[in-house]
Design a protein around this ligand. Structure first.
Ligand SMILES: CC(C)(COP(=O)(O)OP(=O)(O)OC[C@H]1O[C@@H](n2cnc3c(N)ncnc32)[C@H](O)[C@@H]1OP(=O)(O)O)[C@@H](O)C(=O)NCCC(=O)NCCS
Length: 166
């Protein structure tokens, strides 16, 4: 690898990002996400997410530019803190970890948050993903679950249908 670059995703990146999401989650777990939905949700009139992609330039392979990671985020609003950048997913493929690509992405996301007057950046980390917990703590993150006692809840589609019909 000679160099990497991080850039905003474009519609034509969607198949590659979906492929990386499947690799990250384990094949099959995101089967419900259709490429058409993914494309519409990110690049339609009202984007539900934004995405950065990381590319490397390979000197030898026939396919010289290769996407090796992504960060998916959106903007959220919290009545206690106002605007915030919500980092939803962040992944660099294993052979390219530890090269500073993740740090470059976090730098761009921090700049984006500041430029859009966000007061902070939120993200979820699976507690058993200890390397990532440490990665974020080393960079100054606060653990809101232990410090403030937050728990993540969900109403499933079935529950929404039931409540909506009550
Ligand atoms: C978290 C992640 C995105 C960081 O990306 P990255 O490109 O490796 O980030 P950097 O190169 O900037 O930094 C890597 C850190 O891991 C360490 N590291 C070094 N070699 C590494 C390797 N082969 N694999 C993993 N981490 C390594 C580095 O020391 C560095 O830590 P430090 O800067 O605090 O000392 C990446 O490890 C990843 O995709 N992990 C799996 C998915 C995940 O857990 N995502 C985050 C939760 S949402």
């Amino acid at each position: 690898m000679s160099s990497f670059r991080v850039r905003p995703a474009e519609p034509q990146d969607c198949p590659t990002i979906l492929r990386l999401i499947k690799v990250r989650q384990g094949e099959g777990t995101v089967a419900l996400l259709l490429i058409s939905d993914f494309l519409q949700d990110g690049f339609g009139k009202h984007p539900f997410y934004y995405c950065l992609v990381a590319e490397v330039e390979k000197k030898k392979q026939s396919e010289r530019i290769c996407t090796v990671g992504y960060a998916m985020y959106n903007f959220n609003y919290d009545p206690r803190v106002g605007k915030l950048l919500y980092l939803k997913d962040f992944y660099i493929t294993e052979p390219y970890r530890g090269l500073g690509i993740g740090s470059e992405i976090l730098k761009i996301l921090s700049q984006t948050a500041l430029e859009t007057n966000c007061s902070c950046m939120h993200f979820l980390v699976f507690i058993r993903n200890q390397p990532s917990v440490e990665y974020y703590l080393r960079r100054g993150a606060s653990n809101l679950s232990t410090e403030e006692g937050w728990h993540l809840f969900r109403f499933s589609k079935e529950t929404l249908l039931r409540i909506a019909a009550e």
